[in-house]
Design a protein around this ligand. Structure first.
Ligand code: ADE
Length: 286
């Protein structure tokens, strides 16, 4: 997989040399190239932003600079000219981090891990002129080869897209074949295929500051351990992220899951799950 990152702070992406992503790059599983957006400026001051039309606080990133940079990195020929987009260029996915994007989640990471070329455009200030995303969406629709996703990490505001680029790259890279040493560790983690949160994990020593590891985990009884872990996943998800269970497919639940959820006051119907209505004095699900 190839990933290009465009930013005015290339140094911000230095962590991509470390750990699993760094290793994946060094063995050639992942080709990450970080570009300084200012290389595409043409004025003495290397200007990338200007004041917003319509007024308001802050600065907006200029579409002409972004257009030149993205045409080059996407391999689209002449700057800003949709007609110059050659048919049949290598399919690239332009990703624009922004707090007004669609939520980035594990399913997004899985879909992106199946692609060949990602280009991440990191905005700063008040963001990138809205015509940039519009333009490349249209190029993609008319000529193919480019798709555009504006994505958000969550409902909070960062100073720019660099941290979001780091998050996306790490979440995607660890799904590429060969990047994570033991692929089994991808199977049961939070937001994995079951969609549930992961159960708590324990290691030695078996007693620490008076706290014991749950007996069942020391029992060697695989079926009971599996059941305990499933119960813990359900309990954590019900407590911490009930909306995940409400979106779940009831057909994915076994009889023990249903009994457990019902015992916590959940309504488990064929058409879906509904969390208990909280009335004052109700115990939390535990
Ligand atoms: N840029 C600024 N805030 C962001 C967020 N929440 N997600 C993605 N990119 C951002």
């Amino acid at each position: 997989m190839r990933i290009d990152v465009l930013t005015i702070f290339p140094e911000y992406l230095a962590p991509l040399d470390l750990s699993l992503v760094g290793k994946a790059r060094s063995v050639g599983l992942l080709d990450v190239r970080v570009h300084d957006l200012r290389s595409w400026t043409t004025d003495r001051h290397r200007t990338v932003d200007d004041t917003p039309f319509g007024g308001g606080a802050g600065m907006v990133m200029r579409p002409d600079v972004w257009g030149s940079a993205l045409d080059d990195v996407l391999g689209l020929g002449r700057a800003g000219d949709a007609e110059a987009a050659p048919d049949g260029v290598a399919p690239a996915h332009l990703l624009i981090p922004t707090p007004s994007g669609t939520p980035f989640d594990q399913r997004t990471a899985e879909a992106l891990a199946g692609e060949g070329h990602l280009v991440i455009a990191c905005g700063r200030y008040e963001g990138i002129d809205a015509r940039v995303a519009e333009h490349y969406r249209q190029v993609g629709a008319e000529h193919g080869g480019v798709s555009v996703t504006e994505f958000s990490l969550g409902d909070y505001v960062l100073n720019g897209g660099e941290v979001a680029a780091l998050v996306l790259i790490e979440a995607v890279a660890r799904l590429l074949p060969g990047v994570v040493g033991n692929p089994d560790s991808l199977v049961e983690e939070s937001h994995g295929s079951s969609g549930l949160l992961e159960y708590g994990v324990y290691t030695k020593p078996p007693t620490w500051r008076g706290r014991e590891v749950p007996d069942v985990l020391l029992s060697g009884h695989h079926a009971r351990i599996e059941r305990w872990r499933r119960d813990e996943s359900l309990r954590r998800t019900a407590e911490r992220r009930p909306e995940i269970l409400e979106r779940a497919d009831p057909a994915e639940l076994d009889a023990a899951d249903r009994d457990l959820l019902s015992s916590w006051g959940w309504d488990v119907g064929a058409d879906g799950l509904r969390r208990p209505r909280v009335t004052e004095g109700d115990p939390s699900p535990r």
